[in-house]
Ligand binder design. Structure first.
Ligand SMILES: Cc1cc2nc3c(=O)[nH]c(=O)nc-3n(C[C@H](O)[C@H](O)[C@H](O)COP(=O)(O)OP(=O)(O)OC[C@H]3O[C@@H](n4cnc5c(N)ncnc54)[C@H](O)[C@@H]3O)c2cc1C
Length: 504
């Protein structure tokens, strides 16, 4: 079998996986029903071959899509289990070395797990969580060394995973595929249009939009949520943790400095509740209110999407249903889908195909030129990281945005752009500016550490996916946002007051 390694580019990997898929379709040692299930644009066969003969279950190794319904990866695992006459168990590993994650993120994640367990049970599917051992030892393996042990403990016939385009999680998947001895497929469950179908890095939203929208009739369809025909029974003595307990207990080296935010509750139910409120009460004014940071006017789905507590398809289907009930929502629907489908999936495409997604190396040539010309321009004021982190700048609006992020775990989109652009003005060069922005964004935002963040920072700081503007100091030909004009576009005094009264 052709070897697929961590050092290959995504395009090389895509081509190798395509050759592997073609060979798999012809592999007579694999049951026909399984080969048919692999013929799906969402599926990547990371390790082929026939399921283990002595295997007693199909495992879905849930990482990104943390939900027990409306989940293509779980649906695929159930379909494979039913085809093979085997039960299905979902495995979730509570790892403690997820890059840049802290207590705020883990608390939100933890809140979603009991519902996953319940939703799996309703479908006849098992759910087992194992967390990293207490203490401060950080394992060197892909996230944690436990995974292969679990697959062996439950006697997996095959393993299904989900997809995550970020560097580290993708590396883990490649490595596990190398180490496993049973088939391993991954399913692209957190985008509406399977990300592979865009084939290469998209130059702009205008280029990606028609391609994505053309594919919607095929992919924006209701989920089937099939039930397992063979109910999984937990083997006696199998190590499993209680998902209702704090997953981080006993992790001595774990970063607990960023506290959970009371105002947010993680999990599928909370996501659906907010989604219905948005569709019923807020969608009509979305196009106008989404640019007003002082108003609760956007869907606030981003933390739920980040943790996979809800899938984009569920959201898009709910919005489409709202328009069917009330056709006057069509324009609002178009505006919302432009964010949820075009900008979100363009961000996934950006991280998937752009190896340097978190550094200035990902800038387009025009931006590289203008950055080279202006990166050393004199700055009126330079702030240190602690000054920025503590919202101690001269700019009240910027400070308010920073406070919203630190205390509330979510900053309004309109101010995220302004926030990032000001960091370019206040740090010595764009490389440092990006580092600072990524550090703060990933540390405090509940939706941080996400393709949307890397793309948003690249848009704001490098002009990625944006157009060329008039030349000016520091920014060169990249778009500039001034505090005076930004603050006039909405009730900024009210926003500043709201941010400052957020509980610390
Ligand atoms: C500097 C900067 C940093 C950002 N950091 C993040 C981040 O860490 N995580 C993150 O998910 N998004 C990030 N974004 C994108 C965007 O700001 C958020 O997705 C949005 O504000 C989330 O709020 P919402 O769910 O209410 O959005 P809504 O307006 O209700 O939009 C619905 C969904 O569409 C997607 N979306 C909306 N705007 C964008 C966008 N500009 N780019 C990509 N997807 C979008 C999100 O998934 C969002 O949940 C960043 C943008 C910028 C400019």
């Amino acid at each position: 079998m052709e070897k697929i390694t961590e050092s290959m580019t995504v395009l090389e990997k895509d081509a190798a996986y395509a050759r592997r898929a073609a060979a798999y379709a012809e592999d007579a040692s694999v049951p026909k029903a399984l080969r048919e299930l692999a013929e799906d644009a969402r599926v990547t066969v990371r390790r082929g071959g026939a399921p283990a003969k002595e295997g007693t279950c199909v495992v879905y190794w849930m990482q990104r899509a943390q939900r027990g319904r409306d989940n293509h990866a779980l649906d695929k695992a159930v379909a494979c289990g039913n085809a093979l006459g085997l039960p299905v168990v979902v495995y979730f590993a509570g790892i403690k070395n997820f890059p840049h994650a802290n207590l705020r993120h883990y608390a939100f994640l933890n809140q979603g797990l009991p519902e996953v367990e319940e939703e799996c049970e309703e479908r006849g599917v098992g759910f087992v969580m194992r967390r990293a051992a207490p203490g401060d030892a950080v394992p060197a393996g892909p996230g944690d060394e436990d995974h292969l042990r679990f697959f062996a403990d439950v006697n997996a016939a095959m393993v299904i995973g989900d997809e995550n385009p970020m560097r580290e999680p993708e590396r883990w998947r490649v490595r596990v595929a190398e180490e496993l001895r049973v088939p391993f497929w991954t399913v692209d469950a957190d985008v509406i249009v399977p990300s592979r179908l865009l084939e290469k890095a998209q130059f702009s939203a205008a280029v990606a939009r028609p391609r994505l929208y053309r594919a919607l009739p095929e992919f924006l369809v209701p989920y089937t949520n099939p039930k397992a025909q063979h109910v999984w029974k937990q083997p006696r003595g199998l190590r499993a943790e209680d998902v209702r307990e704090d997953m981080t207990r006993g992790w001595t080296e774990f970063d607990r400095n960023v506290k959970p935010v009371e105002a947010w509750t993680g999990g599928h139910r909370a996501a659906v509740k907010r989604l219905h409120k948005f569709c019923d009460e807020m969608l009509a004014a979305y196009d106008k209110d989404r640019s007003r940071p002082e108003v609760d006017g956007s869907s606030k789905m981003s933390p739920y999407l980040h943790f996979g507590h809800i899938g984009p398809q569920t959201i898009a289907l709910a919005v489409e249903a709202a328009v069917r009930r009330n056709p006057s929502l069509q324009a609002a629907r178009d505006s919302y889908m432009n964010e949820l489908v075009v900008w979100r999936e363009l961000s996934v495409n950006f991280v998937r195909y752009q190896a340097e997604y978190d550094s200035p190396g990902c800038a387009d040539n025009w931006a590289k030129e203008t950055i080279a010309e202006h990166d050393r321009d004199e700055r009126e004021v330079l702030y240190t990281l602690p000054q920025l982190e503590d919202a101690k700048t001269y700019d009240e609006l910027w400070n308010a945005a920073q406070i919203q992020m630190v205390r509330y775990g979510w900053m309004h989109n309109y101010l995220r752009m302004y926030w990032a652009k000001k960091i370019v003005e206040w740090t010595p060069n764009v490389r440092i500016a990006m580092k600072v922005a990524i550090y703060l964004n990933d540390k405090y935002e509940l939706d941080g550490r996400d393709p949307g963040g890397y793309a948003g920072i690249a848009w704001s700081m490098l002009g990625k996916f944006d157009r060329v503007w008039f030349d000016r100091p520091i920014f060169g030909k990249r778009r500039y946002m001034s505090g005076a004009s930004t603050g006039k576009k909405f009730m900024s005094a009210l926003y500043i007051q709201q941010a400052n009264s957020l509980p610390e």
